[in-house]
Design a protein around this ligand. Structure first.
Ligand SMILES: [Zn+2]
Ligand SMILES: [Zn+2]
Ligand SMILES: [Zn+2]
Length: 125
């Protein structure tokens, strides 16, 4: 099954684009080097794309301006199916609408699954 990944800004709900198949590790590497891309975006605004060759990703086109725009924001690899790399992603049947959802809470969370990211269950009454 194909699964394309890209870098996603959680704060702005904005995608870097240039998705790559099974490249979640590559996206982690791109995020790890975000300060480099930000610096290029800042110092060399005429550079629209950089070609990145790394250990887990090669021939990848980085858009420095995108990283500069999202400086200080929460970035995470996102799959084409709309979940983040550290999401739980378990399928569960919802008690409210009785359909199957994909859990968007963080991996290894406690308590029940939820399709809402950042959900924390309230006190049990
Ligand atoms: Zn952002
Ligand atoms: Zn539901
Ligand atoms: Zn879950």
């Amino acid at each position: 099954m194909s699964n394309h990944w890209s870098v996603h800004c959680v704060d702005c709900n904005d995608d870097h684009g240039n998705p790559r198949n099974h490249a979640e590790d590559g996206m982690v590497a791109l995020i790890a080097h975000r300060e480099v891309w930000e610096l290029v975006g800042e110092r060399a605004p005429d550079v629209s794309e950089l070609s990145y060759d790394g250990r887990v990703l090669s021939g990848y086109r980085v858009i420095p301006f995108w990283f500069l725009k999202h400086r200080g924001h929460v970035l995470a690899p996102q799959s084409e199916y709309g979940y983040l790399l550290d999401d739980c992603t378990k399928q569960f049947t919802c008690g409210e609408c009785n359909t199957v959802h994909t859990c968007r809470r963080k991996k290894d969370h406690t308590g029940g699954h939820s399709r809402i990211r950042g959900y924390t269950p309230g006190p049990r009454l």
